[in-house]
Write a protein that binds this ligand. Structure first.
Ligand code: EPU
Length: 289
């Protein structure tokens, strides 16, 4: 098919924790090919962080944006940008674009608004979907337009159209963020680098091993990692998965962990912290199937 390559592959290769069985992966390069890919049941694979996939894989086709849908056109749009005030609205940035490389380019250009998301390993689409961020900033700090593909068609929305918030874009699960336009502010490479270094320094204590990232959202703004730490759960291990000794909100793969190991730890934490919390501890990870 034009604009699509289909291959059956182990998903463990595409997740940051290195867990996940096989599926048919659709590498999709164009909007037309994407429209075709969503005609049958599908799942969308971003950068594979925040994701725990069962060892038996998934039966649906797994869509991975690639080619032009994984590249960024950073040329300022002349109609939407305003040099006088330093406002830059970019061309289209594919949902499959890796966030770390994009941030390096924005830093070199001295374009501000997204540097607070430094250190997030994912792709643009997934990061927008969950409004990924740190306490220094989040994806919605720098979005102008979001293009969304579903089996019903393509539509473009602005952040104002969405009820977005902390680690949440309000975009339904399974809706594919095919492309975005970024809204940035002209600054200097030095100033952007300085803020990136600040945000980066806050991650120094995080584990270096294979991990999906933070397991739980911070309940009511309190660090979930701190709560897990206080409950004495750091270092707890099931099979080859462990609650990181460095930070309680990370689960790491010691090598050969299974999805069942990871889910066991998530259950353990939820059970142990339930009495302390007024509401449920909300998961940041997506679990397949
Ligand atoms: N703390 C502990 N023990 C722990 C973990 C944390 O005592 O096991 C303490 C820290 O020492 C610090 C406080 O708790 O005083 C807050 O910790 P941290 O600075 O790590 O912030 P966090 O709220 O736990 C958030 C994000 C991280 C992001 C960091 C740094 C969430 C759920 N977590 O963690 O994001 O990397 O700030 O900016 O929002 C992610 O989203 O995947 C993620 C890891």
């Amino acid at each position: 098919r034009l604009g699509t390559r289909v291959e059956r592959l182990p998903l463990a290769r595409y997740t940051t924790i290195g867990v996940g069985g096989e599926a048919e992966i659709w590498f999709v390069e164009t909007l037309e090919a994407l429209a075709e890919a969503v005609e049958q049941p599908y799942r969308i694979l971003g950068g594979g962080s925040n994701l725990v996939i069962d060892d038996s894989g998934v039966p649906e086709r797994v869509i991975r944006l690639s080619g032009p849908l994984a590249k960024a056109d950073l040329t300022p749009d002349p109609e939407l940008s305003d040099p006088a005030s330093g406002l830059i609205v970019t061309g289209w940035v594919g949902g499959g674009t890796p966030l770390p490389g994009l941030l390096r380019k924005l830093q070199a250009l001295g374009w501000s608004n997204l540097e607070g998301t430094v250190g997030i390993p994912g792709q643009v689409g997934g990061s927008v979907w969950m409004n990924a961020g740190t306490r220094f900033g989040e994806m919605f700090d720098g979005l102008h337009t979001i293009e969304i593909v579903t089996p019903q068609g393509v539509r473009q929305v602005t952040p104002d159209d969405l009820n977005w918030g902390y680690r949440n874009s309000d975009i339904p699960r399974g809706h594919i963020i095919s492309r975005v336009r970024l809204k940035l502010q002209q600054s200097t490479p030095e100033a952007v680098r300085e803020r990136m270094e600040q945000a980066d320094a806050a991650r120094k204590g995080q584990p270096k091993m294979k991990t999906p990232g933070c397991a739980f959202k911070n309940p009511g703004g309190v660090s979930a990692g701190l709560l897990i730490d206080r409950a004495g759960l750091k270092g707890e291990q099931i099979g080859q998965a462990r609650i990181a000794p460095e930070h309680g909100n990370f689960i790491v793969n010691l090598g050969g962990a299974t999805a069942a190991d990871v889910l066991g730890l998530l259950r353990l934490v939820r059970g142990r912290l339930a009495p302390e919390l007024s509401g449920p501890l909300e998961l940041e990870y997506e679990i397949w199937p």
